[in-house]
Design a protein around this ligand. Sequence first.
Ligand SMILES: Nc1ncnc2c1ncn2[C@@H]1O[C@H](COP(=O)(O)OP(=O)(O)OP(=O)(O)O)[C@@H](O)[C@H]1O
Length: 246
Amino acid sequence: MSKVLEIKDLRYKKNHKVILDKVNLSLDNGKIVGLLGANGAGKTTLMRLIVGLNSKTSGQITVAGVESKEAIKSCVSTTYSLKSAFKDVFANSWLERTRIKDIVKFYQTVYPDFSLDKYQEMADFLALDSRQNLKNLSTGETEKLTIALTLARQVQLYLLDEPLNGIDIMTRKKIIKSIIQWKNEEATMIISSHYVKEIAALLDDVIIIKDQTIYEVDSVEEIQNKYHLGVEAYYEQVYGGGSADE
Ligand SMILES: Nc1ncnc2c1ncn2[C@@H]1O[C@H](COP(=O)(O)OP(=O)(O)OP(=O)(O)O)[C@@H](O)[C@H]1O
């Protein structure tokens, strides 16, 4: 099986503080991978480092065999692209008039790998109205739009950072269903989430971040075989028996 992501001896320091250190990771194609860790463990930082939004202090990151930031951007689809656009919605009065359909057009222009058909199927499933103005979207609608746009790109690696945050249970179920339904089989997807129990059934592999580094990378099957525990119970055990998320 070919590797979609290889990380060697990654270190990241910010303002003299070590955020991540000695991170080594190798992921196969075609997997759904849970990225778990307590608040502040470094999940978002790791995702931003992979896609080049943060600059590593040292180490090596290779995605689908390429290393340069530009090349990596073209084979990774992330939930950050739209989230940064949303921040601008409130800072930029022109963007206040932007509708969902304008953002979809923007994605089509910027990303040659964007599939309008795939987006449309997901938008219909998630009940997104293309005429809606971005500034009026609720948290859940914003998250649904983010997922549909991110998954509509045809790439080898998807990074979904907290796609279920602030979302009601019915919408969380819909988002999880769309992840299962619309992920390309050959692509790998990394999902960070505190809803461990809800995403557990989706996952092939699990990465746990603790103490500034990767504490464990294992398949769900190996966790079951080695520790006789489900993902959620094992994760809580790693964090000392209590819930890492509350
Ligand atoms: N600009 C910065 N300067 C200094 N420290 C930072 C900066 N950005 C993030 N950090 C620190 O890096 C650590 C990792 O943060 P990160 O956002 O990656 O964690 P996380 O696992 O995604 O957390 P959460 O689950 O709460 O979203 C935290 O201790 C955070 O305070």
